[in-house]
Design a protein around this ligand. Structure first.
Ligand SMILES: Cc1cc2nc3c(=O)[nH]c(=O)nc-3n(C[C@H](O)[C@H](O)[C@H](O)COP(=O)(O)OP(=O)(O)OC[C@H]3O[C@@H](n4cnc5c(N)ncnc54)[C@H](O)[C@@H]3O)c2cc1C
Length: 453
């Protein structure tokens, strides 16, 4: 291997690392002399930002995050719902990041563990009034902001959507360079990294360097909508869901409702339908609002969907505010999670990029944040903290990645297996008792024989 300093190149478009203006906060940061980044994190979702923060906390500052979004606040169709953070994973990540106090005191909705499970007839199956396993909720956007505020702004490169990542032709890497060229959709590219971490979600552009695994359709299609304070269904939502969550189970379909921090409700109509369902029902190229008004009567017109549901819950479909967001759910087959460490030195994956799962155990984000904790921990223990990463020994870096991946593969496979099993129960013909079994041990429940709706 030849010796060469770590270099960072942006080709085709000239971009200065000296003055980077943040589009949302409208401020300009002048940076002092800083080593060129040796670690590229692709994706500024929960796993990517937790890793960035933990590197920062450990004094490893020569990293950069490339994020597809234009700003820290995504558009109206990508506002996201709410996430519950578990003690040993999501909450632990925030503790290590030094952000738990702010989370716990200012953002966490500890009372949101209220959980109501009912049948499509309106009969309550169970009502968990107590702590559901100590899992406070936080809006996805609040979590993102909490993490973003903890990282120097110039470390996030907004509007850098990765198109693909290739290995330089010609074999051997140089010291300080793992041989990857990151190509962006805007025509620019970057290279000269020791480590490239794909934290870019289910459709990762980094993953093909490591494995041919790719997400497959789960058979379940979510349609996301909203119930705001002035919606005619708001009082019913408030009564049935309160500050927490509700699942209504029907034959091979489901409705999930959850409250967000500003009091409005997110509704997910969950259907067991083909992947192209939305396109089949709505006109080709219909604008989202027109498509919503084509989809709504379809969901209400037949017993295949919500026509025979109890009136107050069916009214959520009638009244939900659009535009509906179609959301086919994908997962990576657990058998295909994993690769040999030697396949791509200096490259790894975290979160959904490695082990995308359906959301039926509500742990995807927790597992992803846990990945970031483990990767940071192994990098520090094998390569040292307060390090300029450019100079770490390759053998130490590869040992860190091997240790991390061994741990991550197991947790990722387990998550996919459990969420597939949970999905099978939720969309079965006998969902009520099967789903109730899953919640045994999640605190006290009050089971009511028949609830008036
Ligand atoms: C409907 C639904 C509900 C869910 N509910 C829950 C829940 O209640 N609890 C829970 O724990 N989990 C839940 N999950 C799962 C959870 O959202 C994910 O597991 C988690 O967000 C994964 O985090 P991540 O950082 O790996 O990836 P993501 O959150 O997908 O973040 C990836 C980031 O990379 C960026 N990116 C993507 N492609 C590129 C590219 N080419 N170039 C640059 N940047 C890119 C994206 O803009 C994004 O910022 C749910 C998932 C779904 C679909």
């Amino acid at each position: 291997m030849s010796e060469s300093p770590s270099v960072y190149l942006i080709t085709h478009s000239i971009q200065s690392f000296e003055h980077i203006s943040h589009p949302i906060r409208n401020c300009t940061t002048k940076r002092t002399m800083e080593a060129p980044p040796s670690i590229a994190i692709i994706g500024g979702g929960p796993s990517g930002l937790v890793l960035a923060r933990l590197l920062e906390v450990n004094g490893i500052t020569d990293y950069v995050v490339f994020e597809r979004d234009q700003f820290s606040t995504p558009g109206p169709n990508r506002q996201g719902g709410t996430l519950d953070l578990q003690k040993d994973s999501g909450q632990e990540a925030l503790k290590r990041a030094g952000l738990f106090e702010k989370f716990s005191n200012e953002l966490a909705r500890w009372d949101a563990a209220y959980f109501h499970l009912l049948e499509s007839t309106g009969k309550t199956i169970a009502n968990f009034n107590h702590k559901l396993g100590d899992r406070p909720e936080i809006d996805r956007l609040q979590l993102r902001d909490l993490l973003l505020e903890s990282i120097p702004q110039h470390k996030i490169r907004w509007e850098h959507s990765v198109k693909f990542v290739e290995r330089k032709a010609g074999g051997e890497n140089t010291v300080g360079d793992n041989g990857c060229i990151i190509h962006f959709t805007n025509g620019s590219s970057a290279t000269g990294f020791r480590l490239v971490v794909g934290a870019d979600g289910a459709w990762s552009k980094v993953r093909p360097l490591l494995t041919s695994a790719s997400p497959e359709y789960s058979g379940i299609f979510f349609i996301e909508a909203k119930i705001s304070h002035n919606n005619p269904s708001y009082p019913v939502a408030h009564e049935l869901v309160g500050p927490g969550n509700m699942l209504v189970l029907g034959n091979q379909k489901m409705m999930a409702v959850q409250q967000l921090s500003d009091g409005h409700y997110r509704v997910y109509f969950a259907l067991s339908v083909p992947e192209d369902f939305y396109k089949r029902v709505t006109s080709v190229d219909a604008d989202p609002s027109k498509a919503t008004e084509e989809m709504r009567p379809h969901l209400l017109s037949t017993n295949e969907f919500f026509a025979d549901w109890t009136p107050n819950v069916k009214a959520f479909v009638e009244n939900a505010e659009g535009p509906f967001r179609p959301w086919p759910l994908y997962f990576i087959d657990q058998e295909t999670v994993g690769w040999d460490r030697g396949v791509a030195p200096g490259v790894t994956l975290m979160g959904d990029a490695a082990h995308a799962s359906t959301p039926f155990v509500g742990e995807g984000v927790n597992c992803s944040m846990h990945d970031a904790v483990m990767l940071a921990e192994f990098l520090v223990s094998h390569c040292g903290s307060n390090a300029t990463f450019a100079h770490v020994e390759e053998v130490n870096l590869e040992a860190a990645l091997a240790a991390y991946e061994k741990n991550m593969f197991n947790r990722g496979q387990d998550l996919i297996r459990r969420s597939c099993e949970s999905g099978r129960r939720m969309f079965s013909d006998n969902a009520g008792p099967l789903v109730l079994q899953m919640f045994s041990g999640y605190g006290e429940s009050e089971t009511v024989e028949s609830a008036a709706l």
